[in-house]
Design a protein around this ligand. Structure first.
Ligand SMILES: *Cc1c(COP(=O)(O)O)cnc(C)c1O
Length: 413
């Protein structure tokens, strides 16, 4: 399959086929055309709405090429957008990517592209909360019915839930609060057998899960997370792997007026240049912290798919080449949820907050606000979600240790 990664301007510094090179090389070199940028390493930020042409004929010629990578109007994108799209498409192993204004828009845009009134949608029970809200609000109002399935479902389970009007089967693996790992290849083949498209929120896996090699048709990234990497941008991407899917995605996203700020695209691209080393460091740190937490008497289990024996580990080992640094900790039931609030509040290096993928560590209690309707996400004790940043691991562990001391004292006293 041809990879339309080369901008129409053409430049030998763009790799014709990044699949042949390593991930780090791809992140370093894709989307750069130094010959066009006066020798500067990075592309410029193209800000603009109007694109001027010297003559009417040239304007008409430009308009005739709508849909191609030509700058005709701000909304149709610029080289700043395309550079980021190319790096993300290469990261996920797809052919084309569309950058949108948020991770949530990256969820809703392909749902709107592949669903219509009267359709049926299968959603995993652990799906990102605002995506569930979108199904229960928008999609319901437009006559799309959603069934939630247990994330650990197998292919036969999906087959049993498929109806003649099931057009989309959605996946998210692992869940971003409770970390159930899905058997995406089995789900995808059952979905395809029933004629449905497979969408996946691949934010956790990023390049560690190659969606198109596992049967996914459309891959969603909250690029807000590790790609942007600095907790200062909200942005999303949708990647596909066929010309027909690209046409459907492009038409819908463009029709909805989806647009990401060129400044945010530029900063996300800048983030992606260093993403491989951040991911590697944060992955190693998170695994180290996870092993340490497992040994603490207050902890019932660590919900980190990369830890041997953890829920979903076998599928993770089969399908993933690495992990990110977001995972959960279930405390023993004698610790009530309020005591874990004290634990989180006692931490000095972990901020209390949503989102993740930045350079700094975060901790947030999970149990209590997650919505489930298919029976998943049940734990005996309270769960806290940790995001491990780029701090020294010893400092993080020392901080967690004093946080546990505070929690234990509270329960004892
Ligand atoms: C954060 C997140 C999103 C949404 O991203 P935003 O940029 O915050 O809108 C979608 N899916 C998952 C799994 C997320 O963690």
């Amino acid at each position: 399959m041809g990879r339309p990664l080369r901008h129409t301007g053409g430049n030998e510094l763009i790799m014709a086929d990044p699949k042949k090179r390593g991930f780090r090389t791809t992140l370093t070199h894709t989307g750069r055309k130094t010959k066009h940028e006066h020798g500067f390493v990075n592309p410029p930020v193209h800000r603009g709405s109007t694109v001027l042409t010297p003559t009417v004929a040239e304007r008409q010629a430009l308009q005739a090429r709508r849909g191609e990578r030509v700058m005709t109007y701000g909304l149709s994108g610029s080289e700043t957008h395309w550079a980021l799209e190319d790096v993300m498409a290469a990261t996920e192993g797809g052919t084309r990517c569309y950058v949108v204004c948020s991770g949530l828009a990256a969820v809703t845009t392909p749902l709107l592209a592949w669903l219509k009134t009267g359709d049926h949608l299968l959603m995993p029970d652990h799906v990102y909360g605002p995506a569930r809200n979108f199904c229960e609000g928008f999609l319901k109002r437009f006559g799309v019915e959603t069934t939630y399935y247990k994330p650990e479902i197998d292919g036969a389970g999906i087959t049993a839930l498929m109806r003649p009007n099931t057009t989309v089967v959605y996946t998210e693996s692992p869940g971003s609060h409770t970390f159930e790992v899905q058997d995406v290849p089995a789900i995808a083949s059952a979905a395809h057998a029933g004629g449905a498209k497979v969408l996946m929120d691949n934010t956790w896996g990023i390049h560690h899960f190659q969606p198109f090699k596992h049967g996914v048709d459309v891959s969603i990234q909250a690029a807000t997370k590790y790609p942007a990497g600095h907790s200062d941008i909200v942005i999303g991407t949708v990647t596909v792997n066929s010309d027909a899917d690209w046409t459907r995605l492009h038409t819908t996203a463009r029709g909805l007026g989806q647009y990401a700020s060129p400044d945010d695209c530029w900063l996300t691209l800048r983030g992606m240049r260093t993403m491989a080393v951040r991911l590697q460091t944060q992955m190693e740190a998170a695994i180290q912290v996870g092993h340490w937490l497992r040994q603490q008497p207050e902890v019932a289990q660590v919900l980190h798919p990369a830890l041997p024996g953890a829920p979903g580990h076998e599928i993770w080992k089969r399908d993933f080449t690495g992990a990110c640094s977001l995972f959960g900790v279930e405390f023993k039931p004698q610790f009530p949820a309020v005591s874990t609030h004290k634990f989180v509040e006692a931490l000095e290096l972990f901020g209390i907050g949503a989102s993740w993928g930045g350079y700094e560590s975060l901790a947030v209690p999970t149990t209590g606000f997650i919505t489930r309707t298919a029976g998943s996400g049940k734990f005996e004790g309270p769960v806290v979600r940790l995001h491990i940043g780029l701090e020294d691991v010893d400092d993080l562990i020392a901080d967690l240790r004093q946080g546990l001391d505070v929690m234990r004292d509270r329960v004892a006293g």
